[in-house]
Write a protein of this length. Structure first.
Lengths: 410, 410
């Protein structure tokens, strides 16, 4: 894409109330827009990042048999009353609104009740199980405070997946697959090495649930890491009993602040029982369906990555989710050489942001650093017929011909 | 996809209050779920259709330079008060909700105010214009009645595009391009021949706006078609004056019911003036930005297509948006031959729904008709080493080898 065509500009003045680093950088670089506190729009560059994050997640959910659907934001209160979650004392982040006929409805903050209701129409027999379904959809949470930028917002896209199994055994087998899918997601997103599989408190049906916690100074959570085993405990389960059970020792655990980027949870038959989601088993008995839920917030992941991977010049995107792989910056007066490099890279199938604007070299280079594409390509009077290739993360520069460039990145 | 893996089932019992044909068929076939009146979830097959519709639209919006973004559902009331559209007397479909701090906010039913606010940060000079941006996003409309299935719902995804131009001349040039993009969309979606470019009333900045109206018995609108010119007038502009201006004659116009599947509108400087969205021109003067808006509801398009293209056996999808091109139905006891055909078609890059379940031939064939994939492939005792290929739309059947099948559809 030619940057002269991109409508977003680098901004100098930011909303006065913005305190988070992730939102400050993303606002300055024109990736997002702040509608109001805790409510952010994604502008073209930011939406490209979000789509790349979502596509990585989608591919991994498909691998474990997830079927994509799209539930609704407006929620009938009835089934939430059946599970006891309509009350503000149980869920304290409801947004509610009123239909023209006077009926009060809720804006979905999660979708267990909604998807269980869908499954009542489609799950009848043990032969219909297991079922795994997921969506990417806006969730609304009426947070009292929202000071973490896109890491905790009042409105955000969430990938939420739900599993429906015959019994705990079938559920456990899927839960393990989901766990691996989550590990793959964070690995592919470039934060695998700082994201820990973290034990958290479970519920009636399982001693533990699990969180995926990314170590970050701005994290709202505290975790206790066993580096050797590559696992962590959250505060809820940081007890002598659990440590013994997991074979970890207090004096080797390292306490760190972290951001919860995902969680997986055994729901058991709680929702199925409250909502009458049941199946007929081989022996003719009618049993409640055994459920699990699996969440990742792509916006939170994006925010956490900005918090982790930035320097004093700007954002440093990992390859997998950068809006463009290359930022081609033309410093020459004419554009013949740069146009030709742009065409060659596009033909070779690469995503390229091409700064074809007339501006000072200093301004263009500073903007490339702020925007944070992984590889900057500069063409100027000193690069001759070659291209200066700079890795954003390390600052390492080399002169390459276009052919060398393409083969290096193939 | 193997049908044994698809979680949705054909349903016999439908919600008692469902009166529209599109929703009845889509519910029976398991494409959608009814959360409540006017609020529908898209299940895997339905979500595949929606994504195909959206992808066609996306490609055509990109061709005219549209940049995709994603605005927010929660809307700060301030800018809506500035344009006078916060009041229920002006916009009678607001859903409103209250933040934890007591502030009242709205759920977006359209996004002119929101996107103009975004552009205030990014449009400064005439050099920044024109700008075209669009999104696919949930809109909320608090309709008093919702009896048209997915053609008019209280919550629905809309593609809304907005253009920002220097003046009417620059706007008009883009408006014409957008018009062509819309014609391309409906052509590609398979309803070009029954969708009319329809003159509707404009506003202060343009005598006309334009609607794209698809002829349908269940349409809520009435249009007057000039078949020869391929244009129509809606009720608002069905006057002697306009007929003369357009060179059409009353006695050749045909009155028909139609569904509005898209509209394009010249907004002029109304929003820019109310919200202070301005740019500095070449001569140093500061002028309001000239806006246009361009909407298509993919769900309404999908519903209108179901209304138009169905028969007494079920849905008849056009090729471009069918969830799968082929419905491969195995009637043999063993699956050796069918598995092999499935593999060959998948390797050749086709979307195939493969009915690998054990059920009666009658049930499987009836279900294939209801689900409505454009090409049914039957393998059974009477087809030998060939495949019976039936066109859903015409019922025409032929016996093909797999190679013939692939080359026919290449």
């Amino acid at each position: 894409m030619k940057q002269s065509h991109l409508f977003t500009k680098v901004r100098k003045e930011l909303p006065a109330d913005e305190v988070s680093i992730n939102a400050q950088l993303l606002l300055r670089a024109g990736y997002i827009h702040k509608e109001m506190a805790g409510v952010y729009a994604y502008l073209p560059l930011g939406w490209r990042v979000m789509n790349k994050v979502m596509q990585v997640i989608r591919e991994e959910m498909n691998v474990v048999g997830g079927q994509e659907l799209f539930l609704t934001s407006l929620q009938d209160s009835k089934k939430w009353k059946d599970t006891g979650r309509w009350s503000d004392e149980v869920i304290d982040v409801w947004f509610r609104t009123t239909m023209a006929n006077g009926t009060e409805v809720g804006l979905a903050n999660t979708h267990e009740e909604a998807i269980a209701q869908v499954m009542i129409n489609h799950i009848h027999s043990y032969k219909d199980l297991p079922v795994v379904a997921y969506q990417f959809q806006t969730k609304f949470r009426n947070e009292l405070r929202a000071k973490s930028g896109i890491m905790r917002s009042r409105e955000f896209i969430m990938k939420d997946m739900y599993s429906f199994s015959r019994n705990k055994e079938e559920h456990d087998a899927f839960y393990e697959k989901a766990q691996q899918a989550y590990i793959n997601v964070f690995e592919r997103l470039g934060i695998g090495n700082v994201t820990y599989f973290t034990f958290a408190s479970g519920g009636s049906f399982s001693q533990f649930s699990h969180e995926f916690q990314t170590v970050s100074e701005v994290g709202e959570d505290t975790i206790y890491i066993d580096e050797e085993k590559g696992i962590a405990l959250n505060k809820e389960v940081y007890t002598d009993e659990v440590m013994e059970m997991l074979g970890v020792k207090k004096d080797t655990l390292v306490e760190k602040a972290a951001v919860e980027v995902g969680n997986i949870f055994t729901l058991g038959t709680k929702y199925a029982e409250a909502l009458n989601l049941s199946y007929t088993d081989e022996d003719g008995s009618v049993n409640p369906v055994f459920m699990g839920s699996y969440g990742i917030g792509p916006g939170r992941v994006m925010g956490a990555i900005v918090e982790l991977l930035h320097d004093d010049k700007g954002i440093v995107w990992p390859d997998a989710i950068a809006p463009f792989r290359f930022h081609l910056v033309n410093l020459n007066k004419d554009s013949v050489q740069a146009d030709s490099v742009y065409d060659s890279l596009q033909r070779a199938g690469f995503d390229v942001l091409y700064d074809d604007r007339s501006a000072s070299a200093g301004a263009k280079l500073a903007e490339a650093d702020l925007l944070g594409m992984p590889y900057r390509l500069v063409i100027g009077s000193r690069t001759g017929d070659k291209v200066e290739h700079t890795v954003r993360k390390t600052g390492k520069s080399d002169l390459y011909s276009v052919d060398e460039l393409i083969s290096q990145h193939a």
